[in-house]
Write a protein that binds this ligand. Sequence first.
Ligand code: TPP
Length: 630
Amino acid sequence: MGKLLDKVNFPNDLKTLSMVQLKELSDEVRQFIVESVSRSGGHLAANLGTVELTIALHYVLNSPADKIVWDVGHQAYTHKILTGRKGRFSTLRQGNGLSGFPNIHESPYDHFTVGHASTSLSQALGLATARDLAGTGECVVAVCGDGSLTGGLAYEALNNIGHLHKNMLIVLNDNEMAISKSIGSMSKYLNRIITNPVYNRVRSEVEHTIRRFPRIKRFVKNIEESFKNIICPGLVFEELGIRYFGPIDGHDVENLIETIKNIIGLDQPCLLHILTKKGKGVFQAEHEPASYHSAGPYTIKGKKNGCFIVDPQEKKQNEIPYTKAFSNSLMRVAERDSKVLAITAAMPEGTGLIEFQEKYPERFFDVGIAEGHAITFAGALSKGGFKVVCAIYSTFLQRAYDNMIHDVALQDANVTVCLDRAGIVGPDGATHHGLFDFAYLRSIPKSVVCSPKDEAEMQCMLDLGVDYKGLFAIRYPKENIPITFESTYAMFGIGEGEVLCEGNDIAVLSIGNMVATALRVSSLLKLEGLNAGVYNMRFVKPLDEHLLAQIAATTKYIVTIEEHSAAGGFGSAVTEYIAKVNSFHGKVKVFGFPDVFIEHGERQQLFQRYGMDDSSIAKEIIEDLKKCKL
Ligand SMILES: Cc1ncc(C[n+]2csc(CCOP(=O)(O)OP(=O)(O)O)c2C)c(N)n1
């Protein structure tokens, strides 16, 4: 650890440092993050862009009384390091360790637990309004990226901020990137601000004058402001009632401090537009920020021209992730059917759409961080005769719930939603686990909800989905496909399950990737002399009622296993059906995650902690069977 950082533990420790020392501290913090994330993995690129900004904010503000609200929260590592968590930073994203995002249970400096984009403006406005009602007088600052400014929630907030006119500062951290390049007209607009030659010439002349005549600084600044109002394209914000400042260099800590000091006391909403480099200080992250957005562990090879050179650790190649299976299946569907379109909400890499984008650019749409819009847009595209596939992470699709009901299901629109990162995502934790989708999807009338165990099933489900009139949802985890399955094309109809092995003592019903768990559990039960039938139900809705009726007629103990919250999911659907079968006098035992927010940690660890690993499930079944004496 650098010698300055060694002594800095809390924001107050910054206040005694000189500007030169603050610059040195920025380098030390950057190195600390690069080294630490090389071991833990994490959101490297975004965090390297906010080092100077965070130091400047904590230098000027009196936090936690003054409040900083982080959008998404994936750029808050420096904030954690400067607010008493440096010593635990090596535990980042691990079980019982620091969260990778701000977390209200972790620190009084974190005002919200976050992970989803575009919330910071609404949250900051809420805090500022509450402050004025309570008369407490603290400062409130939102830090929002240009990518997060593509989300509709941010515009709802901007509209309301201009109206309520509270004293608050929005720092627009513009690196021209979301995970990939920022998309859309707002990003073009911000780019015009940055590149406007007239304004930039005036700015540099003003700065030159200030340097020569520091005493007339305020006067010249005022002129600059007036002039800016005539020529500056930042007027969109001004027109909304928010004073616009910038753009300024987001890596110049001294200028950041001076600017924030100057505008923080203005009794009105202000927006400070800063320009930063995503991945700053790591050569590979600067050049391929998308690959280092959420990085796995890497090796630091050395430093060249002030930049770290790193080398990612090789991934195992012999297994196929579900995302790749989706991508392959989509390419085959798209090849045979030119009406198939694909949409992403700012995540073409993560959702496996890059190949589609490259081959069919005119049939591909990146709509920005706008899940709700993605779904409504898809519904309308389908009215024009197209078959639309929206690939969105399970946790982010929660944003689009009403859109799925109102703009797809009610319209009989031909939309297939492919939910990646369903279930436990591991180190990103509570904000990112996709544990609620079966529940929120199956309650929508006429929806079809399914989950493939392997690539062959993924293909068949996608084939069925693109021809279905209504909401068709396919969900799968971040994981590799369990190697248990041979992938030859499987033909089945909507709602058709499959018997994997017979056995009348117990029926183990499962879906998707958890079918592999069901098979392993049945082997463990066999060792105890219990003969378990294993059923791959494939669909949560419609359920294979014919198969379920057969199971209910031949077995008294039915087990369901799903990587989902136990409330409202696959097990609930099975239980609802079985409750209607008068002749069944046995028990349904549901294995799913409990009704709590599941923390971050290694996937396997979390499965064990919540009794969802093979041996915990088998043990629980054996104990329960003893108790219920069927
Ligand atoms: C609702 C929602 N959709 C998608 C994401 C995934 N995501 C995380 S960060 C990010 C990009 C954010 O871009 P920006 O705000 O510009 O921050 P940067 O990473 O560039 O600093 C995206 C799309 C998310 N967190 N929340």
